[in-house]
Design a protein around this ligand. Structure first.
Ligand code: FAD
Length: 502
């Protein structure tokens, strides 16, 4: 056995919301805790996010008077979506939701508010305007030197820029910033950036520490109470994606460049862990950007999407994971067609690139007629013309007879209340190349309700816990509503740390 480089009670791999919530719970509970982050910045994909958090039945919704949010309505909703089958993880999540929020808001640096954002399915238990909560923005000055450690928004990060010094940290940056500040203020936490977990150290069947590669060379860190793996999924590994047949590509994922390559999953599997859901991700439509990466695209308020034959194939306004899945099943190449009325893509695009840059790069094309546009994107001109004509007829009537776009309250949330069917009839016309993107994979380590990692015989591996996209999400192929990825990560990390103490 080698020497320990350092000794902790709890070692957490990763620094997204689950990781930091778990680390804070451990440190606030009096335990010396290390956060290991592979890159130089904290927060991973969580930092890019809108930080909607789908934690039902908490004091935050109660404060806001969101009367249709209760644990019971959330249970009914999840049951309608996921079925009556084994529900132990679902129940553990529902139980932890109010508890983790109460714990976090007990810290003076953490505060949430409710934010309207409808859930993604018309099913029993659905709320009228959503039940997600978000962190309040935080001024960078409040974080002091820690602010520079928080990963900037995706547009700036991909451009190699840090935070805009004139702006407070908002959304995912506020969540990571607040959790980091609270963790640092416990005085019992170490943050070790540029330190990548490489393997787990097992003694007599128990995980007792981790081996990691740091900027100064290899380290061995002891974890007396447990190791929490919350190091994202494998969305940035082309090899693992291909092996597990995950739609989309490592280039088109929204995860930070090269960060989430499944290291924690691989390390745990080497220690005997079982996996599940390995072909799953939180999918979304992506506009292909000139740099070859994708931009998360949601909330369409115009345009239509056609497949390689020039036909529509789905309701473009579907919640993004559902539209991403439709796109994965469609025959490519896929294009968003819009016209001179908007020029920019009629949707929320993160990160958006200027139309001129797209046109120069050829990721968008422009033409005076639909026929010319069809020729430029390689689809039959007659098919595109009749698709657009039919769609324009629906726009005139305000009813999409083919795919029911604009009928669900989610669709209308982004269109100012109307159906969002806008005729494409004013040249020049545009076609933007669309690809299947994702907000992270969600297949990985199988866990029990206390987030203990299970082996192939369903036995917990002592000392080993996991949360977030490192695990096989209990939601399987379903994305129930805004904030489920982050919420489930936080709830199971919290349960893990609580279990370590027991
Ligand atoms: P991450 O947050 O990606 O964190 C993983 C971290 O682990 C990374 O920092 C990575 O560098 C590190 N790591 C990887 N390997 C190692 C290793 N070997 N050792 C140490 N560290 C390692 N979800 C929501 O719930 N609500 C939203 O509002 C929302 N909005 C989104 C908006 C955008 C634009 C995007 C891109 C995503 C959004 N998502 C949202 C999705 C959500 O952000 C992610 O799915 C979720 O945050 C993943 O959390 P995680 O902790 O599993 O991984």
């Amino acid at each position: 056995m080698g020497e320990w480089t350092d000794e902790y009670d709890v070692v957490v791999a990763g620094s997204g919301a689950g990781a930091l919530a778990g680390a804070l719970a451990a440190a606030a509970g009096g335990r010396r805790t290390a956060v290991l982050e592979k890159t130089g910045l904290l927060g991973g994909t969580t930092a890019y996010s809108g930080a909607s958090i789908w934690l039902p039945g908490t004091r935050v919704q109660e404060r806001a008077g969101v009367g249709d949010d209760t644990t019971e309505s959330a249970r009914a909703y999840l049951t309608a979506l996921l079925g009556d089958g084994p529900a132990a993880l679902r129940e553990a999540f529902l139980e932890a939701a109010p508890q983790v929020v109460e714990f976090l808001e007990g810290d003076p640096d953490i505060e949430f508010e409710w934010q309207a954002f409808p859930e993604y399915y018309d099913a029993p238990g659905r709320t009228a305007m959503g039940r997600s909560i978000v962190p309040l923005p935080v001024p960078a000055e409040r974080l002091g030197e820690l602010a520079a450690l928080v990963r900037p928004p995706v547009d700036r990060d991909r451009a190699g820029l840090s935070h805009d010094p004139s702006e407070p940290l908002v959304q995912g940056r506020a969540l990571i910033g607040r959790l980091l500040l609270a963790f640092a203020n416990t005085g019992r936490g170490d943050v070790r950036t540029r330190t990548a977990l490489t393997s787990l150290i097992v003694e007599d069947g128990r995980v007792v520490g981790v081996a990691a590669e740091s900027a100064d060379g290899p380290v061995r860190l002891r974890a007396r109470h447990g190791v929490l793996l919350a190091a994202g999924g494998f969305e940035s590994s082309a090899g693992l994606r291909a092996e597990r047949a995950v739609a989309g590509s490592a280039e088109w994922t929204m995860g930070p460049d090269g960060a989430n390559t499944g290291d924690a999953i691989t390390a745990a599997v080497a220690a005997g862990a079982a996996t599940g859901n390995l072909n799953e991700a939180w999918f979304c439509p992506g506009i292909l950007n000139p740099d070859g990466r994708a931009a998360f695209t949601l909330g369409f308020h115009g345009g239509l999407i056609v497949d390689g034959t020039g036909l529509r194939f789905a309701n473009e306004s579907l919640p993004y994971d559902r539209m991403g899945r439709e796109m994965a099943a469609a025959r490519g190449p896929l294009h968003l067609i819009f016209d001179a009325k908007t020029e920019a893509a009629p949707a929320i695009v993160i990160p958006a690139v200027a139309p001129e840059e797209h046109l120069a790069a050829g990721t968008w094309v422009k033409a005076d007629t639909l026929d010319e546009l069809a020729a430029k994107i390689g689809v039959p001109g007659t098919a595109l013309a009749s698709t657009v004509e039919r769609f324009n007829g629906f726009a005139a009537k305000g009813v999409d007879e083919d795919f029911h776009r604009g009928e669900d309250l989610y669709d209308r949330f982004f269109t100012g209340g109307g159906p969002g069917l806008v005729a494409v009839d004013e040249g020049p016309f545009y076609a933007a190349r669309m690809v299947v993107s994702d907000l992270g994979t969600k297949g990985g380590l199988r866990i029990d309700p206390d987030a203990r990692v299970l082996d192939a015989a369903d036995r917990p591996i002592p000392g080993l816990y996991a949360a977030g996209n490192t695990t096989a999400s209990f939601t399987g192929p379903v994305y129930p509503g805004p904030g489920v990825p982050i919420a489930t990560g936080m709830a199971f990390a919290y349960r893990a740390v609580r279990h370590m103490a027991s």
